[in-house]
Design a protein around this ligand. Sequence first.
Ligand SMILES: [Zn+2]
Length: 327
Amino acid sequence: MSARGGIDLGGTKIQAIVFDEETAKVVGSSRRPTPTSGGPRTVADAMAAVMNDAAADAGITTPSLLGVGVGSPGEVDADAGTVARAANLPGWEEPFALGATLSEQLGAPVSIGNDVSVATHAELVLGAGRGRDALLGVFWGTGVGGGVVVDGHSWRGRGAAGEIGHMVVRRGGARCPCGRRGCMEAYAGRRAMEERARRLHKRGRKTKLFEIMEESGRTSLTSGVWERALRKQDGLAVELIERAIAALGAGIASAVNLLDVDLVVIGGGLGVRFGAPMVERISNAMRPHLFVDERPVPVQLVELGDLGGAIGAALLSADRTVSARVA
Ligand SMILES: [Zn+2]
């Protein structure tokens, strides 16, 4: 078996898979919650443990993997194998040698890339973007991430391209988790929506959101909580989701006006949870903002679901052109 490992490092969970290159199939997988304290070393230990579990699930051990790829948030230096300023991860400010640390624990070479960019690449190679040259991936979750493929290659700019969540949809608008105002993420990011829901609820606005959260044994408004609240026609949930869709429509359409991509794919925790009907609503919200409106860009749900990030990471480990490998 020509097996590669892929690890998707998220703010809430770590997902690992074993990917068989010959059949292009996932042959083992495992996931666990991301540690909420302890710093990068603790997170790296958890990542190694999840990768070991995924390998066991595939009936192999990690030293037999041809390589392991990691999709990581934060500032990724692929050549150095380091990650810095990983927001949503505990105590992770300074550059940490994630590649070398994991490689030592797993006994396999490790490559590191940006989480959203590898997930977009996976959609290009194996998912909804097969056969396309230019693709915009929008990952609607805790924040709103973006991946850009132009002429068949991921566009990384000077290292920070694709930050579609910080497209300004309203000058002087709502405060964004990034500290600026009016970003798309300030309206559509799960974290920003939760902050607004809590603020309005405290001021006396009626909503079932927090009851549903408690009933589900959650401490935050997860995508599942939003889905249940929408199903119950909760007024505040409906209003905040409509506000999010309007912002996504304006921001994504603006990006399309600039790039004229062949396809937009929507993924992320909220995107995957809400599925095709919500993608349709986002597509409709884009319409009024599209400059070339007689041939609107197709907008689709990601095909690889929430394994896309881990599959993209496994593909990264095979692609020597996009990342130096830490042996
Ligand atoms: Zn922002």
